[in-house]
Design a protein around this ligand. Structure first.
Ligand SMILES: NC(=O)C1=CN([C@@H]2O[C@H](COP(=O)(O)OP(=O)(O)OC[C@H]3O[C@@H](n4cnc5c(N)ncnc54)[C@H](OP(=O)(O)O)[C@@H]3O)[C@@H](O)[C@H]2O)C=CC1
Ligand SMILES: COc1ccc(Oc2cccc3nc(N)nc(N)c23)cc1
Length: 203
């Protein structure tokens, strides 16, 4: 039965979990980008591949020479798409359910993990989807209280409320999830930002 692990992967600025500004990311964090690339590209089984699922606006904002994201099956969601595969092997789907159906039909056991890579609308819908079992959240803090970071897009994730169904995993569980060839540093500092990689899963 085709039941790949489906994980959201996102970097957000605490405490309000901001993720964007004017259609782009409010920061450029080199090591965080490498983590995103390594986690979404690596498979424990070398004969398999991962898939990345994104919203149409996120796809549109990738410069054409950099898309599709390499070494991963790219899936783009739009309510006006027909369910099809484009000439550069990108899966077009009009729902997460139909995208999983296409992944099964086209790749079946070849797909190891499915990563939801954004953007805001997709995140805020899929955090509540029963098929999503894991959340890889990079928690970012601004260490410069004299500098305001412009943001206008936020996650609406029920993580820190008392009744939350999401629970933060330990660092060793995160290490196990991403595999040993990815180094998980604590308190990474880049410019005015300090960030930590975290894994959450559903209770
Ligand atoms: N901090 C981070 O880690 C990340 C931040 N971002 C940020 O997110 C923002 C972009 O997010 P946003 O503008 O919300 O755009 P999205 O990338 O979430 O795309 C939204 C589009 O996806 C399609 N869509 C949404 N839900 C569904 C559904 N259930 N079924 C089918 N199609 C669906 C629609 O396409 P259509 O209109 O064609 O129907 C919708 O307009 C940017 O600021 C970006 O920088 C993005 C990724 C990572
Ligand atoms: C514009 O296209 C894209 C925009 C954002 C995107 O996702 C990311 C880009 C860079 C770093 C990222 N880091 C984390 N933890 N999660 C993401 N989803 C990231 C992927 C594509």
């Amino acid at each position: 039965e085709f039941k790949p692990t489906i994980a959201i992967i996102v970097a957000a600025l605490k405490p309000e979990l901001a993720i964007g500004y004017q259609g782009k990311m409010p920061w450029r964090l080199r090591k965080e980008i490498r983590y995103f690339k390594d986690v979404t590209s690596n498979t424990s089984d070398s004969t398999k591949i991962n898939a990345v699922v994104m919203g149409r606006k996120t796809w549109d904002s990738i410069p054409p020479k950099f898309r599709p994201l390499p070494d991963r099956v790219n899936v783009v969601l739009s309510r006006s798409f027909e369910n099809e595969v484009t000439e550069d092997n990108v899966i077009h789907a009009n729902s997460i359910a139909s995208s999983l159906k296409q992944l099964k039909e086209l790749y079946s056991s070849k797909v190891e993990r499915v990563f939801i890579i954004g953007g805001a609308e997709i995140y805020n819908e899929l955090i509540n989807d029963k098929n999503v079992s894991h959340l890889l959240l990079t928690e970012i803090q601004n260490t410069n209280k004299d500098k305001e970071i412009p943001v206008d897009t936020f996650l609406k994730f029920p993580l820190y409320t008392g009744d939350s169904q999401w629970t933060r995993s330990s660092k060793s569980e995160l290490q196990k999830f991403v595999g040993d060839n990815i180094t998980i540093e604590d308190d990474v500092v880049e410019g005015d930002f300090k960030y930590n990689f975290t894994l959450w899963n559903k209770k």
